[in-house]
Design a protein around this ligand. Structure first.
Ligand code: DAH
Length: 345
């Protein structure tokens, strides 16, 4: 037993304490473990030797505690390490800033393209009454056309706007022609969230009302938009369609091939965007229905106009080859970081 005490005494004396880490190491090894362990052997010691053994272990305890205290005080009072010289003239390390959201980038790009053609930007409310969202746009009451857009009702007559076409109405009610504006904004539909649909998304509405505005103006404007947005080689086709607020009405498709010999460069092998047709729809448009002009107090004998509406998410998905709409709202930084690049066609 005595040898054991001697051996431990030697170990305590030899232990090098040079920093906080070795100090803690010392505490754990001796004060916390080895000495209490030795103390635990007391039970097995014959009575007549207990006293001597107790004294030896106590001495050991004091020795360790003293070494610990002295070393700790020394370390605590040690002067701080000298810092390397500080050069105030060095340039700062810039903080990493965030990036613009891909939908913001696309919206800005759309606004820029139309601004160059003389379109101003107009804004409207996200909570609308039935008149501005439906009735003024020539949706008859109880007409199935209203079912085209599953609506969130706030009240019997108040809805979360289902499209930015409501802003057209406000614009025409409040201003006299000539009117030339685009209207970006958030819209809402009662839809299940999937890779291709969401209950909240974004649209850009366009409206041009003046004397002698014709379908040719509409086509030319949209041709120009598509080429600026997707590149000069992009093919455009107008497909006749139906909207209550336009007559004639059309949907615009763009070519999905983008000169890629391997096939569709947007939907790749799965072809889930163009469904293998090589064409993808990007917007709805048409000549403003005379009823809509009249509903807004504009003389439909004197003025004509065109309108169009497109989904920002859809344009972003095509432009950035994003296959799942939900990525835009999940705020995954790994996704969002990829759009820090400046724009390039
Ligand atoms: N409001 C339509 C929609 O949400 C899009 C649209 C189609 C807007 C034709 C228009 C238009 O202005 O002329 O699906």
């Amino acid at each position: 037993m005595k040898e054991k005490v001697q051996e431990l005494t030697q170990k305590i004396q030899d232990f090098q304490i040079i920093d906080a880490k070795s100090l803690e190491n010392f505490r754990i090894t001796f004060i916390k473990n080895e000495i209490p362990e030795l103390m635990g052997l007391m039970k097995s010691i014959p009575n007549e030797q207990k006293k001597e053994f107790g004294q030896l272990v106590n001495g050991l305890k004091n020795l360790a505690q003293e070494k610990f205290d002295v070393s700790k005080e020394k370390l605590d009072n040690q002067p701080m390490q000298e810092l390397p010289p500080f050069d105030l003239t060095l340039p700062i390390i810039p903080n990493a800033t965030g990036t613009l959201h891909p939908l913001t980038l696309i919206r800005q790009r759309i606004v820029d393209i139309f601004a160059k053609m003389g379109f101003s930007v107009a804004d409207g409310a996200e909570i609308e009454d039935d008149w501005h969202n439906f009735s003024a746009l020539n949706f008859p009451p109880n007409h199935p056309a209203r079912d085209m857009q599953d609506t969130f009702f706030v009240d019997e007559d108040i809805v979360l706007r289902t499209h930015t076409s409501s802003v057209q109405v406000r614009l025409m009610e409040n201003k006299k022609p000539p009117l030339r504006a685009i209207m970006p904004g958030r819209v809402f539909r009662n839809e299940a969230i999937t890779a291709r649909a969401h209950c909240i998304f974004h649209q850009v509405e366009g409206l041009y009302v003046d004397e002698n505005v014709s379908l040719v103006d509409l086509k030319q404007t949209l041709y120009h938009f598509v080429k600026e947005m997707f590149g000069q080689d992009t093919q455009v086709r107008f497909r006749s369609s139906y909207f209550p607020f336009t007559e004639v009405s059309a949907e615009v498709d763009i070519s999905c091939q983008m000169n890629n010999p391997q096939g569709c460069s947007i939907c790749g092998g799965s072809k889930n965007v163009c469904k293998g047709t090589g064409w993808v729809e990007i917007l709805g448009c048409g000549m403003v229905h005379p009823n809509v002009l009249e509903n807004c107090g504009i003389d439909s004998e004197k003025y004509t106009g065109f309108a169009f509406g497109m989904g920002i998410e859809r344009i972003a998905m095509l432009k950035y080859r994003v296959k799942d709409l939900r990525l835009f709202t999940e705020n995954d930084i790994r996704f969002l970081r990829q759009f820090s690049e400046t724009w390039g066609n």
